[in-house]
Each structure stands twice: as C-alpha cells, then as structure tokens.
Write a protein of this length. Sequence first.
Length: 258
Amino acid sequence: MAAKPSTGEGGAAPGSQTLLRGLAILEAVAGGARDLAALSAALGTTRSTTHRLAAALVEQRYLTFAPREGYGLGPKLLELGFRAQQAAPVTRVARPHLDRLSESCGDTIHLGVLEGEWALYLDKLPGRRRIAISSRIGERQPVWSTGLGKALILDLDEARWRGFYRLGEARGGHSPDLATWLERMRAYAVRGIAYDREENEPEVRCVAGPIRDASGAIVAAFSVTSTVQYMDEARMEDLAGTVREVALAISRDLGWAG
C-alpha cells in the first residue's frame, strides 16, 4: 500500500501534498487498486478528493479509466518509462553489445543494477527460443539466487555476501546451503562471472557478467538465461568466456581501462 501523504500542520505544502497524493494514486493502481474505494483507502482521502486527483491523472494520460474495469496505468507512463530506460547511460551503452549477443546465442538476456537489497531489471531481450522467461523490465529479483544479482556483488566482501544470503533466507528456503553458496561466490569472483543453477526458478539457468564504470566499480550486470533444455553445464561453461568478453567490451565503452 502506498504511504499516505502528510496533511497535518508542519507537513508538506499544499502543492506538494497534491503531488504526493497523485504519485500515491499511481502506486496504488500499480499495486492493484482499481476503484475509488480502494484508492481512497490507500490514500486516506475522501472519495471526492480521490476522484478529483484520479480524473486529472486520466486527463493527462497517466491513468486510464473504463466503466466496468476501473483505473489502470496509462500510456504516458509507458512513454516516460521508455525514455528513462533509453536515457540511462548503462542501458544505452550496453544495448548494441547485448543485441549482438542475443543474435548469436538466441537466449533471453537481462540487464540490471543493484537497488538496495534487490537486482532491478533495466532491459530485457526476449531471445528466439520457444520458451517464455517470466521476467519484465522494472522487476526486482533476489540478489542471492539470480546470476545477475550475484554478478552485481562480486566485488563485495564475504560479510556483505552473507548479508544478502541471510536476506534471502528470511524470505524463504535456500538451496544450496550457505557454505556451498559462499564457495561458489569465491569461485565466481575469481572468474569474473556468476551462475544461476536453478536457484531462482526451477529449470531456469543463466550465466552473468559484471559491468564496470571508469573507476572499475561494478555498476550493472547482464545475464544470458534459458531453460535446462538449452543450458546444460557444458553450455554454461562455453558461454562463460563470451559473457566475460561482452562484459569487458561494455565496461570499456563506459570508460574502464580494464
């Protein structure tokens, strides 16, 4: 549920309150709220106030409204999301390299960054195989279990690695155990690549590589993802060298001397 904007004395100025309420409506609709009752409950505002704000967002194309379906996210958000994606330097720099990789391997490719405790997908190239990888741009995935997430934290110390593992443990079961996972992370850090061996989803595997900026810091990562049918251990090893080469090429375009 979206946070309720402050309305008391000492809170945000009236104009800021309106802006925050409008943003809260967008978040509520994105979270599944579809009618005025649900939106009013999420915002803590009256139906008339909620209707006025929602109507303004519909007029500006940030929301849509259909009589029997209720409110939905509007085309303006798609436009802004696309522009934001294209404006992100790492997305813009990486895309030509990932296009070529996608053409050569035929698998699904994800590009992402570390956002707090999560790996956030910035881009996705679906691939050409007759399989569907259930992921989307803007989605957040666990760091400990995804190849992309592990690639993002290869430079961190083991205390931080353990922290990400414990975060995952708090949200559900783990496979493998901590000792095995740490052993794999050490090997990944040496090799400069990371694997997902069905840790995030059954039957889904990936090979991932870190992307560095001019300072040498890991600022993003990408993964080549497919099902076990197309991604056995031998193919994962074959892809490792290619993933490292592409990661290096993108990093050099970002200014890393390597």
